[in-house]
Design a binder for this molecule. Structure first.
Ligand code: 13P
Length: 258
């Protein structure tokens, strides 16, 4: 049974990474809102860099698009140069935060324990966490995918209270598929995402696993979206490169229902 029949509204998130100035982001959102008029039964988010969040939230107000941040720090305030708290993001009208993206793990030393603290802070301040997990190419080749997910998912969820489980989203993004044009075969993505769901069940219970949306990310584009969304456990997608143009992103949002 597909996620939508289980009450998991499909979610499409565009992660802009370090692209677009505030003005470029605002005009993108205006054009996107127009391109998506009439789209129903799916949620749409874009995640601009911190510098574009204020303007993006203003422009997105009253449209079908909501705004996510690409990271969040776990403390509310304090002497943490360069960091931004969940309270500050919520104050701008931001609804969600991507946490533990592989680029943050790889370049900035982010750990599963940090992810857990950030997830907890996001939930405490009304933001929906989108927790990224996924194995590297070497780990996949070594047959260690299940082992990696069995570490990242339970640790990342370790501070989540059961009553908050429905507000958590996960994104399975195999590192070898990010920005490479090498999308995971839909069957491979489905298999890994079903493992993620099993880890959610083991950590937060079967009901939480039934409610939790799990996205796929890694070289998603107009050419593979329909087949990915036909998989029973894939509840949406986290899009990088193809999310930077209105044409390709709106085609992804308008995926065909199986
Ligand atoms: P690409 O879609 O460019 O592969 O990036 C995926 C990603 O990292 C989204 O968070």
């Amino acid at each position: 049974m597909a996620g939508a029949e289980r009450g998991r509204t499909p979610l499409v998130v565009g992660n802009w990474k370090m692209f677009k100035t505030s003005g470029e982001g605002a005009s993108f959102i205006r054009d996107l809102a127009e391109a998506l008029s009439g789209v129903k039964d799916r949620e749409i988010m874009v995640a601009p860099p911190f510098t574009g969040l204020y303007e993006a939230a203003q422009v997105a107000e009253g449209t079908c698009i909501s705004i996510a941040a690409q990271d969040v720090f776990w403390e509310r305030e304090g002497a943490y140069t360069g960091e931004v708290s969940a309270t500050m993001l919520a104050d701008l009208g931001v609804k969600a935060a991507i946490i533990g993206h592989s680029e943050r793990r790889q370049y900035f030393g982010e750990t599963d324990e940090w992810v857990a603290k950030k997830v907890c802070a996001a939930l405490d301040h009304g933001l929906q966490p989108i927790i990224c997990v996924g194995e590297s190419e070497e780990e996949r080749e070594a047959g260690a995918t299940a082992e990696v997910l069995a570490e990242q998912v339970p640790v990342g969820l370790s501070l989540v209270r059961r009553e908050d489980a429905g507000r958590v989203t996960l994104a399975y993004e195999p590192i070898w598929a990010i920005g490479t044009g090498k999308t995971a075969d839909p069957g491979v993505a489905q298999e890994a995402i079903s493992l993620v769901r099993r880890e959610v069940a083991d950590t937060l219970g079967a009901e939480a696993a039934r409610m939790t949306r799990i996205l796929y990310g890694g070289s998603v584009g107009p050419g593979n979206i329909d087949e990915l969304m036909a998989q029973p456990d894939i509840d949406g997608v986290l899009v990088g490169g193809a999310g930077l143009q209105v044409g390709s992103f709106s085609r992804i949002v308008r995926f065909e229902k199986p």
